[in-house]
Design a protein around this ligand. Structure first.
Ligand SMILES: Cc1cc2nc3c(=O)[nH]c(=O)nc-3n(C[C@H](O)[C@H](O)[C@H](O)COP(=O)(O)O)c2cc1C
Length: 327
């Protein structure tokens, strides 16, 4: 095999790489954990279609999480995982549920990877952690994390303050970190997935595209709003305290005005109030709720079943790779 062939082989969709091997999945496509969107139906659908489905436990109490784990098990016999964002007060209890229910894979995010990695490993659980910069990637390596998710600022939901783009972050981590790398942020097509693999990722984590799927538990108003969101339709709100990429609406305009007036953090937190993301994404209030979505919403124009989304991504990935090869 010459150099060109061996490079192409490593990025071929069906070539076994570290990500497909570690998670025992067919395609290196991970559905990101998403508050209010990724319950058992979405996670099971993604796993059944050959990717890795994740239950998003951020919006679930421990009892609700347990139920979703059990329902996922009934709906698929493929591997699946749970995402635990460590910033929530119920994160510790949710980790205990994950251990009790013997979930094989955990994706932690928004917190210190050192806190749970060893304990999860002691229970035989594979651990991935989501980072937005090199500093935390190094912390992951020190903590013994198995897989690193590099999430750029294009992504929907909470983002890093340093605002690294996926295009910069993935090769940066590839250069300095030896862990298997998954790229996240701005990926919703086969072309973008192939680009991420060229940058050094061995898999991709996709959120926004799956939020607008049939199996997503998001409110239909939110799904419709994703379809309607065009170029420039999202903004990175609360940049100075806790950046989050959301769809522009009346709520985000109020936040933007307050931020432009340089109101103190307490005032911004007060303006956000409690239950804002539930109001928008789960209850469907698209003007006053928080609607987390990535920049890729600009080209999501249909609410599709997961199986079709994955098929479309894989077909486009392979046809683009073939075109590249013919160059
Ligand atoms: C609606 C929504 C909710 C999200 N909630 C979470 C979450 O609970 N935990 C987490 O680690 N990431 C969360 N994310 C980020 C995704 O897991 C994923 O990394 C990101 O969406 C990838 O970028 P993309 O939106 O461009 O596909 C969320 C993203 C979206 C769109």
């Amino acid at each position: 095999m010459n150099i060109k062939q061996s490079f192409l082989f490593t990025i071929m969709m069906n070539a076994n790489n570290r990500i497909t091997k570690i998670f025992s999945i067919e395609y290196p496509i991970i559905q990101g954990g998403m508050v209010w969107c990724s319950g058992w139906e979405l996670a099971a659908a993604v796993s059944n279609a050959g990717g890795l489905g994740l239950i998003g436990s951020g919006s679930m109490s421990p009892d609700v999480l347990r139920l979703h784990i059990q329902k996922t098990r009934q709906a698929t016999n493929k591997p699946f995982g749970v995402n635990v964002p460590l910033l929530y007060s119920h994160a510790d209890d949710n980790i205990k549920v994950v251990i009790e229910e013997k979930v094989p894979i955990v994706f932690t995010s928004a917190g210190n990877p050192a806190k749970w990695t060893k304990i999860l490993h002691d229970h035989g659980i594979i651990v991935a952690h989501v980072v937005s910069n090199l500093y935390f990637a190094r912390k992951c390596e020190e903590a013994g994390v198995d897989v690193l998710v590099a999430e750029g600022v294009e992504a929907g939901g909470h983002n890093g303050k340093e605002e690294n783009t996926t295009m910069v972050l993935v090769p940066l981590l590839k250069k300095f970190i030896n862990l298997p790398l998954v790229a996240a942020g701005g990926i919703a097509s086969g072309r973008a997935m192939l680009a991420a693999m060229c940058l050094g990722a061995e898999g991709v984590q996709i959120g926004s595209r799956f939020a607008a799927s049939i199996e997503s538990s998001a409110h239909s108003n939110f799904k419709q709003k994703i379809i309607e969101t065009g170029d420039g339709g999202t903004r990175l709100a609360l940049r100075k305290i806790s950046p989050v990429r959301i769809i522009r609406n009346a709520y985000s305009d109020r936040l933007e005005e307050a931020e432009n007036q340089c109101l103190p953090a307490e005032k911004l937190i007060e303006l956000k109030g409690k239950g804002r993301s539930r109001l928008g994404m789960f209850e469907g209030n698209t003007s006053d709720g928080e609607l987390e979505i990535g920049q890729v919403a600009a080209f999501i124009d249909q609410i599709l079943p997961v199986r079709d989304i994955i098929k479309e991504i894989i077909n486009e990935y392979n046809s683009t790779l073939e075109k590249l090869y013919s160059f």
